[in-house]
Design a protein around this ligand. Sequence first.
Ligand code: C2E
Ligand code: CA
Ligand code: CA
Length: 693
Amino acid sequence: MQDARLLKDLIEHMPVGVVVHGPQSEIISANQTAADILGLSIDQMLGKVAIDPAWRFEASDGSPMALADYPVNRVLASRASVRDLVIKVHRPVTRDVVWVVCNAFPSIGSDGAVLQVITCFTDVTALKVAEQALQASEERLNLVLKGSSDAPWDWDLVAGTMYYSPRWWQMIGREFNEVAPTPDLWISWLHPDDGKRVQGRMDELLTDPAITSFEEEFQLAKKSGGYLPVLCRGFILRNAAGIPIRLSGTNMDLTERKQTEARIHQLAYFDVLTGLPNRTMLIERLKTAMAMAQRTRQKGALLFIDLDNFKSLNDTLGHDVGDKLLKMVAGRLQQSVRKSDQVARLGGDEFVVVLENLGEDLQVAAIESETAGQKIVTALNESFYLSNQPFRTSPSIGITLFDEDSCGCDELLKQADVAMYQAKAAGRNTLRFFDPSMQAEVDQRVAMENDLRAALQNGELRLHCQPQVNHKGELIGGEALVRWDHPVRGMVTPDQFIPLSEATGLILPLGEWVLESACRTLVQWERKARLASIPLSVNISVHQVRDPDFVSRVMAILQRTGVNPARLRLELTESLMADNVNDVITKMNALRAEGIRFSLDDFGTGYSSLSYLKRFPLAELKIDRTFTRDVMTDPNDVAIIEIIIALAKQLGLDVVAEGVETEAQFEFLLSRHCGVFQGYLFGRPVPIEQFGN
Ligand code: C2E
Ligand code: CA
Ligand code: CA
């Protein structure tokens, strides 16, 4: 009796609903938990029959449950237990739903008949709701992943396995799992530029427990070649001990975004019509150029270019033709400057060119930028073929120079603009400097250039000659030195016009005149006893040697004058050695074969490579006069002269000392076994007709 009571109490308070049915499925008894779960009081439940149930059941898949399938009926029919049946119960009063897991079993009498069916059930509603939510969110996630273009991947760090989704493979143009999906497969496909950085980031991620998620851009090799830019985003899962166990994330294809970015960049910084940098880009580059000028102390120049008749062209021939011209102008501008120079279009028919590295000297920079400007003028003066019609235009160019002390970009642009209007005012198709002194400098140079051109034609050049002597002071040679007998300025020394003639190309006709005059002189000397056998040296500029026709030009002069080539000596400078050495040597050998000898002028001032020196077919070295000048005061110069003489001896070359002005210098050079001397001590350059008198 005691036991029965205890059992009843136990059942009453169990967290499991217990309902006992009779053989007709009628409810005989139920505990409170059952009443709570099923939503009726115990009294209301008693006598209820499963044939006409108060509760509607649904199976776990949501289908209505047939009466025969109700657990109690199944047990009554089969006499077998029902286990762990999940049922959705629609409750009568509250008209809501609970989920239960039900177990039912028969109590069978000695005659084998079912006496009672005991059903026990627990409320799993909360679990079921959670499960459904989870399922829904998983479905949602799957849907999202399917719909999104991102490519998921999942790295199980414990198992050392990697899952790359089909989309992941597709992104890089491959079949799903076409290569064994090892965890470091993707690393082996990283762009070489990204490898180190991404691996460093991975290491950080795996070792720093503070990091829970990451975002990294890199490029993955595509099967078809090339690389795919991706944004890789993911999170890292750690166990309780903080050890990383899993990395999951997605790769996003950035191709389109990159293209858009590039397009935006193009639109923001480049002119649509010509593809040249626009004003914004120009300002940025100009800032960089100015910062550079500050660091390198090199000058730069800003050229503001405006077409002279663009508006009328646009009005008469139409905008299509105008656009075509602007494109062609852009092309010519780019062709007429160095690769490193910047060309930009400000808008309309306004262009800007930025020149850098024009040297530290302001005058040199002015002349360089003037030359560049002239080149642009020439290039734009050539006819343009617009719809098969030749069309001519001209630019007006304003130039301003900048250096480390310059004002801002806007101010520079303004200066160049002002100068451009001065060019317009000066009659167009020309250029003007913003700085008047610069303009004067350039004007003078232009005048000089014109004068020099005329000088060549008008026969204003003269040849002077300076004697060379041996250790006894006997005349053994001469050096031809050019002079310009300027109608206004008098006798101009070569230092004032040789560099200009080199910059303008006039050195070619000028050098040819000098060489031909020297050869004619040598022919005349043959009739003078004192001079009949001495050689004459002629200075040759590197620009002459660079001329592809150099050898044939010299040969032609030999022919024309009938000179004995053995008496001709050509003086070259060390700057030749910075040129195409093989080409220079070939040319020298060709002339050497004719009997002409070569001398290396101003030796010691340039950058002669001693290893090159041997390869040139030279006959003599000329010690530069600056060493001779200081030899009595500067021990360095003593050493240099001694080395040059020793070197010449080694190479089997004669040595000529230039600029010998004093007996002391002569004595010193004699003591060091120098063989030939030239300088005011023995004679100044004199007009060549008076030489040797
Ligand atoms: P360079 O070839 O070194 O010529 C020697 C220069 O030194 C000459 O100057 C000469 O007048 C000067 N000189 C000679 N003896 C003394 C001396 O004792 N003391 C001093 N202080 N100077 C002396 P010049 O004639 O003014 O020529 C200057 C430079 O112009 C030449 O230097 C040469 O590089 C160039 N040059 C002259 N004529 C020609 C030419 O026909 N063609 C080329 N390409 N360059 C030439
Ligand atoms: Ca010389
Ligand atoms: Ca010299």
